[in-house]
Write a protein that binds this ligand. Structure first.
Ligand SMILES: C[S@@+](CC[C@H](N)C(=O)[O-])C[C@H]1O[C@@H](n2cnc3c(N)ncnc32)[C@H](O)[C@@H]1O
Length: 284
């Protein structure tokens, strides 16, 4: 007998609760919406709509995967970031809301009509670069990544969002091969988790985010040690650097930026009041 939207939703929540999933109600709703093409409003206003056998089977597959701690964004292959919906593959980090702090800060440093150049080193799905380009129509940007598979996702997202005319992509290590003093702003959200901490992370992260996006080496600082002098080299005089950091890395990353020659070095908090972004300016 076919089940209804409301019954499917209740059953999905119970299933995820029994599997100790943190947010069973939200996850159940997102998976149900995707499996049935129903909207959140449909579930409330048309609760007795029946699922087809195929929709029910799809929902069950999604619930099995979530119960085994696969994140919803991986199951659906997409994630909202800033005002964009980004496609994902197994080769890119699921973009995190904390990273929106960098986007917000770049928008505060620029005016809507400014024609600046931005580099996003370690672009992943394209979250930072594409969000900024979507808000700043005269800006141009370049995203680099060591992973060709990640770059393919970023390129695809740029094309889907109509931003590919202003975005370029390059497979390289951070800024290697790029000309000195060629950008007004350089941003990066590098891998920054200490290698020995990775086994303690939630299964959603350690089993499903790419290791290249997580592992910051024995101290967690390996990427910043390379990035600080490299970002300095890439920036025009007076240009701005913004790097995402882990909650306990402010002092170390600030020191690396100062040692590289930056001025105005400062740390900014995210919405949970955790240190999240280090900014710095290349002296004019
Ligand atoms: C934490 S993820 C951030 C992805 C994206 N910028 C975001 O915020 O969602 C770090 C990214 O850096 C890339 N990466 C790691 N080592 C790199 C290197 N040496 N050069 C360039 N990219 C690198 C990874 O492949 C991954 O896409």
């Amino acid at each position: 007998m076919p089940i209804t939207l409301v019954k499917a939703w209740t059953g999905a929540q119970q299933r995820l609760k029994a599997a100790n999933i943190d947010s069973p109600a939200i996850d159940a709703r997102l998976l149900l919406e995707a499996a049935t093409d129903a909207t959140r409003t449909d579930i409330i206003t048309d609760p007795y709509r029946e699922l087809t056998a195929e929709q029910e089977a799809t929902l069950n597959t999604y619930l099995d995967r979530r119960a085994k701690r696969e994140p919803v964004a991986r199951i659906l292959g997409r994630k909202g970031f800033w005002k964009l919906l980004l496609n994902l593959s197994d080769h890119v980090l699921i973009p995190r809301p904390e990273t929106e702090v960098i986007v917000d800060m770049i928008l505060k440093k620029t005016q809507p009509a400014d024609a600046f150049t931005l580099a996003d080193l370690g672009i992943g799905s394209g979250a930072i670069l594409l969000s900024v380009l979507s808000e700043r129509p005269a800006a141009k940007g370049l995203g680099t990544d060591i992973s060709e598979e990640a770059l393919a996702v970023a390129r695809d997202n740029a094309a889907n969002l109509g931003l590919d005319g202003r975005a370029a992509f390059l497979r390289t290590s951070w800024g290697s091969g790029l000309a000195d003093a060629s950008f007004d702003i350089v941003a990066s959200n590098p891998p920054y988790i200490r290698s020995d901490v990775i086994p303690m992370l939630d299964p959603e992260v350690k089993n499903h985010d790419p290791m290249l996006a997580l592992d910051g080496g024995p101290t967690g600082l390996a990427a910043y040690e390379e990035l600080a002098p490299e970002i300095f080299r890439l920036l025009k005089p007076g240009g701005h650097a913004l790097v995402e950091i882990g909650f306990d890395q402010s002092q170390d990353v600030e020191s690396l930026m100062k040692d590289a020659g930056f001025g105005d070095v400062a740390t900014w908090l995210d919405l949970s009041n955790q240190p999240r972004v280090v900014t710095a300016t290349k002296p004019s």
